[in-house]
Write a protein that binds this ligand. Structure first.
Ligand SMILES: [Zn+2]
Ligand SMILES: [Zn+2]
Length: 274
């Protein structure tokens, strides 16, 4: 998709992605993207050291090397594609000061805000699906959106990721949790956050883009900016599924998207279909 960007891309450091970081950038060029934001998982700062699973996020000692590598790629590919220095940062309630320290360690182009930890555990890890049976789908959705709302208002994050993540395994409440969702949309607006439109959900059991059309329409109506992303964990996934992503965006009224440089928003018209 010519002229678009992919603003959610991982590297092998996180322990569950494969390939050379350089190949993620090359794939972005190959797809005709104008920008790629490398946004690997922040170390699991909010868990006790013994519980920091190296298969879920980079280790603390890899953090500076990650930043260095992205800055090198930015220089190497200057003039071919804009490589942005980003981070996917988990929000965990009560650990805001530690997060602030981590974010202070680089001059980021963009920081993604993700809620993966809900009510004492992962909501999206392999094995999390059972929680929807035992803890109740409505409870988990409500708690997720409460945390997402809180995250949006912290000022730490430029973009909220996979907005309706609890649907990942296909568990849905009998009817939409409109109060909790509405609160999260209002919080995104107030917190100045953009929301990503992510093809990643198409590769998950739910088989649906994040966020679903109904929510995206509300996000657009609230005049909240959007980014495009794949949440790539392999080079082949960069810019993956964009035909569907862009078609959904257009149907839901998206006319522009946003990119970031040093955490400053830059607006672009959505390219016309070719
Ligand atoms: Zn990941
Ligand atoms: Zn995520």
């Amino acid at each position: 998709m010519r002229g678009l960007s992919d603003y959610h891309v991982h590297t092998s450091r996180c322990g569950h992605a494969g390939g050379e970081s350089r190949d993620f950038v090359l794939k972005a060029i190959d797809r005709g993207l104008a920008e790629v934001g490398l946004t690997d998982h922040i170390p699991l700062y909010f868990l006790p050291v013994a519980e920091r699973d190296p298969k879920l996020a980079m280790k603390e000692e890899e953090f500076d090397g990650y930043i260095e590598e992205v800055l090198e790629l930015r220089d190497e590919f200057r003039g071919k594609i804009a490589v942005r220095l980003g981070l996917e940062a988990d929000y965990r309630e009560g650990h805001e000061e530690e997060l602030a320290c981590w974010l202070a360690r680089a001059d980021w182009d963009l920081v993604l805000g993700s809620v993966h930890w809900v009510a004492g555990g992962w909501i999206d890890a392999p094995g999390s699906a059972a929680r929807f049976e035992t803890e109740g789908t409505e409870n988990l959705y409500d708690e997720y959106y409460r945390l997402l709302s809180k995250a949006a208002r912290t000022g730490f994050f430029d973009v909220l990721t996979h907005f309706d993540l609890p649907k990942k395994f296909g568990y849905r409440p009998p009817s939409p949790r409109v109060t909790a969702e509405g609160e999260a949309i209002a919080a995104a607006k107030e917190g100045g956050c953009a929301v990503e439109i992510s093809s990643a959900g198409l590769r998950k059991p739910v088989g649906e883009i994040y966020p679903e059309a109904r929510l995206l329409e509300e996000i657009v109506a609230a005049r909240i900016p959007v980014t495009f992303s794949s949440d790539a964990h392999a080079p082949a996934e960069v810019g993956w599924g964009y035909e569907k992503t862009v078609a959904l965006a257009r149907r839901c009224g998206v006319r522009e998207f946003v990119t970031f440089e040093s955490r400053r928003k830059i607006f672009h018209a959505l390219p016309e279909p070719n």
